[in-house]
Ligand binder design. Sequence first.
Ligand code: NAD
Length: 476
Amino acid sequence: MEHLIEGRWQSGADHFHVCDPANGGTVTHVPQATQSDVAAAVKTARSVEDSWAFVTAGERATMLHAVADRIAAQLEPLAAATTAEMGRPLASSRDSVRAAVATVRQYAELGPLHRGRSLMGRTDALDLMLHRPRGVVAAITPWNDPVAVACGLLAAAVVTGNVVVHKPSERTPGVGYLLTRCFAEELPEGVISLVNGGPAVGAALAGAAVDVVAHVGATRTGRAIAAACAATGAKALLENGGSDPLIVDSGVDPRWAAEQAAVGAFANAGQICTAVERVYVHEAISDAFVVALLEQAGRLRMGPGTDPTTTLGPLVDVAHRDAVHAQVAASVRAGASVRCGGVAPDGPGAYYPATVLTDCTDQMAVVHEETFGPVAPVMVVRSFAEALSRAGGSPYGLAATVLTPSMGHAQQAVYELPVGTVKINAVFGGAPGGAAQPRRGSGQGFGYGPELLDELTVTKVGHICAPPPTAPDQRS
Ligand code: NAD
């Protein structure tokens, strides 16, 4: 494994390794970037900034389609690396690579259509609003969906004429390497660089002389990046953590509601930014709902991501598994009841079972904080109004789901919940092209969708007047 600095793939002096979360074995050795590697990568990016900015949007789009072809051709290695480094079941890793290819193609199509405006000024002048690239974008990406998330930022940045320094998560550097190669092989030298390492390398990059720091990751990191950007003047674009509520209203089928809750809480072992992190269920159906949710949890088959029968892979690593369990254990000490799961199995690997907790309160960390594991804390409410108010009382504001037969409640939820995305009667999904701004601890700006092109460009105005008529005796 190598990193890409000064337009050359190179291996560094120091290395770190990544363990397979399924069995603890080593899967990747990666060069660790130094502060001077980060500075060199930023310097290279700066040196090609102007030439790349003046490549036409159509040419950039053609290159991005070629990048998408390369990613599609690398589907198996990318999916295998995802499963090996972060544990996701292989079929789901493949789906994620397919989604990434679609995202790159979408930005290849959208880039040339990112139009400016003409203004109604003087008839002897031309007034235009036009988009220009911001310059050097530091893309600092997470491990939980490492191909699809990184592809959105890298493709949108490149198609709008920015140059990129990519720092993938230290938990999925093998994926970051394979993916960055796909971009680098189709783009002019220096338009994309790759630096590897953990928080110290991320902090060095976030504090460097870049124009945008686009971070997808934990809220705590996002706050540190926002502070670094305040010091340098770079723009911070943050897609951070969440603690998404699921409201189950009276009158819905409790078995269907439990299926939705199980998908939302346990898919990708709960390691999705918009996973269901807390459930508010109406007392009229709460008993039947909990029974059905336990049934759903019991159906999951925990095992390595490489086993095609696995539906619940390991968590990303043992440290994260222990952090998830610490939240569960603290909630139990504070009065929660474990209805299933709640015990980390012995043996190698970072496994954690699907866990359902009842008798939870909003003050417990498992409810109040992001857990990012396969844990469903359930709270019983007496009314929809109570559910809505408690769901909104969170330090995060990413998304929320409401299951209800009432159009009135659905509309009320869409208007009143203080989050970026409100989903009614489906935990996941949404039309292509949708983009929302997260709120509070969940970040700032549009991290995806067509609006990401606006975030990664500056809009300037050109006021172009004709020169005054030249006097006849001055004409040559
Ligand atoms: P993380 O913030 O720990 O790491 C993400 C990236 O930031 C990594 O590359 C990491 O090395 C880097 N980093 C860590 N500390 C840094 C620092 N001080 N300065 C600069 N960079 C630093 O997050 P993670 O654990 O990799 O990812 C999981 C988190 O990502 C969860 O909170 C999840 O909700 C969030 N996430 C959000 C979205 C979204 O769209 N809102 C999508 C995916 C994941």
